[in-house]
Design a protein around this ligand. Sequence first.
Ligand SMILES: [Ca+2]
Length: 188
Amino acid sequence: MHSVSLSRSGKYHDVKDFLAVVVLLGLLSVVLLGRLIGLAIKYKTDVEQLLLTLEDLTEQRDALLCKQECLDGWNKFGCKCYKTSDTEFCVSHGADLVVVDGKEEMDFISGWYSMYWLGATDAAGEGTWRWVDGTVLSLDNPSWSRGGPQGGGGKNCLRRALEQNQYKWTDVSCDTMTYGLCEQNLIK
Ligand SMILES: [Ca+2]
């Protein structure tokens, strides 16, 4: 009988120790979780601060780059330089055919009185017009001459055209001999 009593007492102490360990581990987990949450909040704040600094530095860099003068023979508008020339010349000067992405730019380039190329094509997929920067040129754009591209696999380049004394855009063969309007972004 004595040994049975001892055995029961031992089990009782085992259960108490086990519960104590469980409670201790639970408390430890809460403390660690709190610490982890604290670190996560601090890390997030640090990263957000770094991103804000980076954004500020990028803005300052862009403002400086934008102040640069254009090369001789190029015309400046905003942070870009423009010149009519052949496409190879454009590319060799870090430029490309113009992407017309706003009314102000549209008004500015209206000053050039010629039938130059613009930087859009549907060569990759008939009827899907994209500017050289990959953005879509809508078929509903009011600048299209005669209400839109005339279509055809032989007309995959965009050129200016006169319509009722107004310069508009039309699709023509890319083999037509003409200059393009080059655009060089000073910020890139
Ligand atoms: Ca076409």
